[in-house]
Design a protein around this ligand. Structure first.
Ligand code: GLA
Ligand code: GLA
Length: 652
């Protein structure tokens, strides 16, 4: 079963016909058919064209677009068009525009200019979503609803009076009483005791560091406020078109939104991924985000946007070399996407994205880009059988957004150098290099199917979450600065690792961050020496065995890495955790694959993907025989994969 009723894999991209005269549309659909496009995302930024005045709808042009697409066998991922409120709405109701932390109102003239808590904005989006759903409920092109667009791309939070009211309401629900809030926020510190709800405000710009508990609640609230916008639209779409899947496009590993919560509100997960061709680590970073997407609902997802070549929003926008668009697209499929889609179909003539690459470039069809677009469409068709297949992982990485928000408080931490995305990557990269499939997991998920669970950091960890980890039977690795605070960002009694103390068999007496550039040697029991950067801790064991000790510096001879039963604890950040990882993989009975550098191995049921991200050819011993779906060749033994090329083996 695919994600939508379109058979096989989806292939297409954002289509903005309103930016072109209608004569061009006929050429668009003809070329889409030539490239094998079977889906187009339409109307993402069309609110001002669909509703040019309050309650006045102009659907004629969209009728013609959808009819034309359908006549050419192209399905529509139809947007609710609410990603940018139209000028008339913000002039009639200026309070719809968002305010920044300094209280400055952000003007109209870009996109996503709305206050997520504005009742006027939300009501207007719901009216438009309903009008679209009622008009197109029976349109044969409609296969998916695309709500808003990239929530939190430009507007992650709003500090206006309406948001303040909504924040107070949210706090009222969370704490019920002011006493409860004062206790949770620790307002006895720095004289912040509140005596009336009206005194509460968002964490606007203040003279000094803002109360971190207030900030943590603000981050929870801001994610929820945007989610409420999505849910309000979803509710009317489900009422009018209950059968049509509803999604909104995520932004890979994004700190601002708790995607576990968001994904639960969606029918399918879709993602926008823009690996930087100039970044040699890009294919590893994007693999992590794809695995997150697959893990969010534990089912195939959809790459809804990616760049055919260069983007237009970095300082320097490097194009993708020949073959790289295909390689990156195959990589998304390898990690569970049931399609390959781009921003955008036809390269823009004007506006901020006129230099962003597209499937059909300014130069037209006699171009390298177009030839690669057509060739990729053919490859995607060859891989139709991949649609719907699942990936099984034996290793999981714990990712918790609340802990992430707490860890990355902008001020008042022992070190501002601990960044969760980096910490996740430090474990993910060596697993990826060994061809080991990885799931991401939230707290509370059943871990019994995994042999190894790694929590790179759990700064915020409640007693309940710790109990869940303690009941897990497999190998567990916990990274430094974990079990430090509770859900209100208050330090656990006795200090770290708080509720993880018994499980890990130790306590952390002092945090010992390292100055930038300084390193510390960490020697394992069998004499291997690792190099730690950024962070170390003064650890006192309480039953844990010491696997490695600090050498030199004020912690000389003290425990650096410990083990208690099946739980391994790292009080430091080794530059390369490979030796430790190999030991826990062996203990867990998880086998990796020896792969040449730059070669990625992924599995989906019945399929093996080998992708060569390196600059030269790679020789790979196939772990299984099978037929390469890209070439139709039967492969066995050893294969040579040219640079930027791939093999997709179908096997029994
Ligand atoms: C100053 C302030 C104190 C405290 C310390 C922390 O001395 O007066 O309130 O913040 O800094 O170093
Ligand atoms: C995101 C947005 C698109 C477009 C692209 C450009 O994916 O959703 O509208 O701006 O970025 O890379």
């Amino acid at each position: 079963m695919g994600l939508t009723r379109v058979p096989g894999l989806l292939y297409g991209g954002d289509y903005n016909p309103e930016q072109w005269p209608e004569e061009v549309w006929a050429e668009d659909v003809r070329l889409m058919a030539e490239a094998g496009v079977n889906v187009a995302t339409v109307a993402v930024f069309s609110w001002s064209r669909l509703e040019p005045a309050p309650g006045v709808y102009e659907f004629g042009w969209l009728d013609r677009v959808l009819d034309l697409l359908h006549e050419h066998g192209i399905a529509a991922d139809l947007a609710t068009a609410t990603a940018t409120p139209p000028p008339w709405l913000v002039r009639l109701h200026p309070e719809v525009l968002p305010q920044d932390a300094a209280g400055t109102r952000l003007e109209f003239g870009s996109r996503q200019g709305y206050c997520p808590s504005s009742p006027v904005f939300r009501a207007a989006t719901v009216r438009l979503a309903r009008a679209l759903a009622e008009r197109y409920r029976d349109h044969p092109a409609l296969v998916m609803w695309h709500v808003g667009n990239e929530y939190a791309d430009h507007t992650t939070e709003c500090f206006c009076p309406e948001s303040a009211r909504d924040f107070r309401r949210w706090l009222g629900e969370r704490y019920a009483t002011l006493d409860g809030l004062n206790a949770a926020w620790g307002t006895s510190c720095w004289g912040q005791h509140y005596t009336d709800w009206s005194q509460l405000e968002p964490p606007r710009r203040a003279p000094g560091p803002v109360n971190p508990a207030q900030l943590l609640d603000w981050r929870r609230f801001s994610s929820d406020a945007l989610l409420a916008c999505f849910e309000a639209e979803r509710a009317v779409l489900k009422e009018v078109t209950p059968e049509v899947p509803v999604t909104t496009n995520f932004m890979s590993v994004l700190r601002d939104l708790d995607y576990w919560k968001w994904a639960a509100a969606e029918d399918l997960v879709t993602d926008d991924a823009y690996p930087d061709p100039a970044d040699p680590e890009a294919h590893v970073k994007v693999a992590l985000s794809y695995d997150l997407m697959r893990s969010l609902k534990r089912q195939p997802w959809l790459l809804l946007e990616s760049a055919p070549s260069a983007v237009s929003w970095r300082e320097v926008n490097v194009p993708k070399a020949p073959g790289v668009m295909r390689l990156h697209s195959l990589q998304a499929l390898a990690h569970g996407s049931d399609g390959v889609m781009f921003f955008q179909w036809r390269q823009a003539k004007y506006g901020p994205e006129k230099f962003h690459s597209a499937m059909l470039p300014h130069g037209g069809t006699d171009t390298r880009q177009w030839r690669e677009t057509v060739a990729l469409g053919a490859d995607v068709r060859r891989l139709a059988g991949v649609a719907g297949t699942e990936t099984r992982a034996e290793v999981a990485l714990v990712l918790d957004w609340e802990s992430w928000w707490g860890l990355e408080a902008p001020e008042s931490m022992p070190s501002n150098r601990l960044k969760l995305h980096r910490l996740l990557l430090s474990w993910y990269a060596p697993l990826h290099a060994r061809g080991i499939a990885v799931d991401l997991v939230p707290h509370g998920r059943d871990l019994s199917g995994y042999r190894l669970v790694i929590a790179p950091n759990l700064y915020l960890c409640t007693a309940e979450q710790a109990a869940d980890l303690a009941s897990y039977q497999g190998q567990l690795v916990v990274g430094p600065f974990s079990g430090v605070v509770d859900a209100a960002d208050q330090v656990h009694d006795g200090g770290a690792p708080g509720p993880l103390r018994e499980l890990l068999g130790l306590r952390v007496e002092e945090f010992w961050p390292l100055p930038d550039g300084e390193t510390r040697a960490v020697e394992t029991a069998d004499g291997a020496v690792l190099t730690a950067r950024t962070w170390t801790e003064w650890v006192e064991t309480e039953g844990a065995e010491v696997l490695a000790r600090y050498r030199g510096g004020p912690l000389d001879g003290r425990p650096a890495v410990t083990r208690h039963g099946t739980a391994t604890y790292l009080s430091c950040l080794p530059e390369d955790p490979a030796p430790l990882l190999d030991a826990v993989l062996a203990a867990a009975g998880v086998a990796g694959t020896a792969l040449p550098e730059g070669v990625e191995l992924c599995r989906r049921d019945g399929h093996l993907f080998l992708l060569n991200h390196g600059a030269g050819p790679a020789t790979v011993t196939l772990p299984t025989d099978g037929t390469d779906l890209l070439t139709g060749r039967r492969l066995t033994g050893t294969v040579v994969i040219p640079a930027h090329d791939a093999v997709v083996l179908e096997h029994s």
